[in-house]
Design a protein around this ligand. Structure first.
Ligand code: R1P
Length: 345
């Protein structure tokens, strides 16, 4: 649990640079992210045994393991579920690492496309499916629905597509072909939904979700819709936004000892360490700040209501997990970072 004071309400970090929710000071430039912490633990078993593994279990449910795989630094990060967790993970991780980030999500999903349970999806793009709360407001104000119908207001918003890094997607597909037949690997579009239930078209008798027509509506807008899950769109979207950001600026976080060592003149108030504006470092921005892709195991078939067998999950996690790690280390970073001994993972 975070005990140190956070210094800035805009982007909270401790004096030593630990971010608020993920609680890391630094991770590797190459990251595999998963929902389930036990999946993170399984992947960690393949990390090199002769180098230390740094663990960080945050109070807010983020789980980070950093070590080396075949000699290359990688981090395995368990983030839980949904839009806010992915958003916090991407932003707080981006804020702790210098240089380019490569992030591959290894998740699970349902299918409304060509696949079925036990298949894999490497989505080339993703779109968001979010509940349109105004539709529900109008409905309760006016159950005859004139407001919604007149204005063509729908109960769910289906966004446009944001794309994955094409090279990483192709590498993932090629690697997977070593373990799975081509007809079990799908490359369509992924729907990232803001609920496991309503906006994934599930029927829940306890709530009026107005989602009976949802899959038809999704398919009409995106005929290549293949999978449904809860995080990938946020990753692809933020990767795009990060690549358009003007510059990466980092304020070097400094402890009292280091300030004394360096004889840096800082403002001290009530024993708090303040950031010294003089040591803001401007880091050359890589062309692509974040390169992102995803790979998902199909757990549920929403056309037949089938659920995956646990033995198949184990098989897919193993073969595809190793495939992802191999792809992750095979991609060259735009600028290989020097190991900076001021930063401890
Ligand atoms: C829902 O059961 C969870 O599983 C899927 C969804 O996106 C959601 O997070 O992915 P993970 O298996 O990676 O968590």
């Amino acid at each position: 649990e975070m005990k140190d004071k956070l210094l800035n309400a805009n982007f909270p970090k401790t004096a030593e640079g630990r971010v608020y929710h993920v609680e890391i000071k630094r991770v590797a430039n190459r990251i595999i992210t998963v929902g389930d912490p036990s999946r993170a633990q399984l992947f960690a078993e393949w990390l090199d045994k002769d180098t230390p593994i740094f663990k960080c279990n945050s109070a807010r449910g983020f789980f980070t393991l950093t070590g080396k795989y075949k000699g290359v630094p990688v981090s395995i990060m368990g983030i839980g579920m949904g839009y806010p967790m992915m958003d916090i993970f991407v932003r707080e991780t981006r804020a702790t690492v210098d240089g380019q980030l490569i992030i591959i999500r290894f998740g699970s999903c349902g299918t409304i496309g060509k696949g079925t349970v036990g298949h894999m999806v490497v989505p080339k793009g993703a779109f968001a499916v979010t509940k349109n709360f105004d539709y529900f407001y109008n409905y309760y104000e006016d159950p005859d629905m004139t407001k919604n119908e007149e204005k063509n207001v729908k109960p769910y918003n289906v966004s446009k597509v944001f794309y994955a890094d094409q090279e990483i997607c192709e590498l993932l597909q090629t690697k997977l072909l070593n373990y799975l037949p081509a007809n079990e690997i799908h490359t369509g579009l992924n729907a990232t939904c803001d609920s496991f239930y309503s906006s994934q078209g599930r029927e829940d008798g306890n709530f009026a979700d107005h989602n009976k027509e949802l899959f038809t509506y999704i398919k009409k807008k995106h005929p290549q819709a293949e999978s449904l899950e809860m995080e990938t769109f946020i990753l692809y979207h933020l990767a795009k936004c990060s690549n358009d950001a003007p510059i990466i600026k980092r304020k070097k976080s400094i402890t009292n000892e280091r300030i004394n060592e360096r004889h840096i003149n800082v403002n001290k108030m009530n024993d708090e360490v303040k950031y010294d504006e003089n040591i803001i470092t401007t880091i050359k921005k890589p062309k692509n700040s974040i390169r992102a892709a995803a790979i998902m195991m199909v757990f549920t078939d929403r056309k037949t209501d089938e659920f995956i067998d646990p033995s198949r999950t184990k098989y897919l996690e193993t073969v595809a997990g190793l495939a992802v790690l191999d792809v992750l280390i095979s991609i060259k970073l735009e600028e290989e970072q020097e190991n900076d001994d001021e930063c401890v993972w």
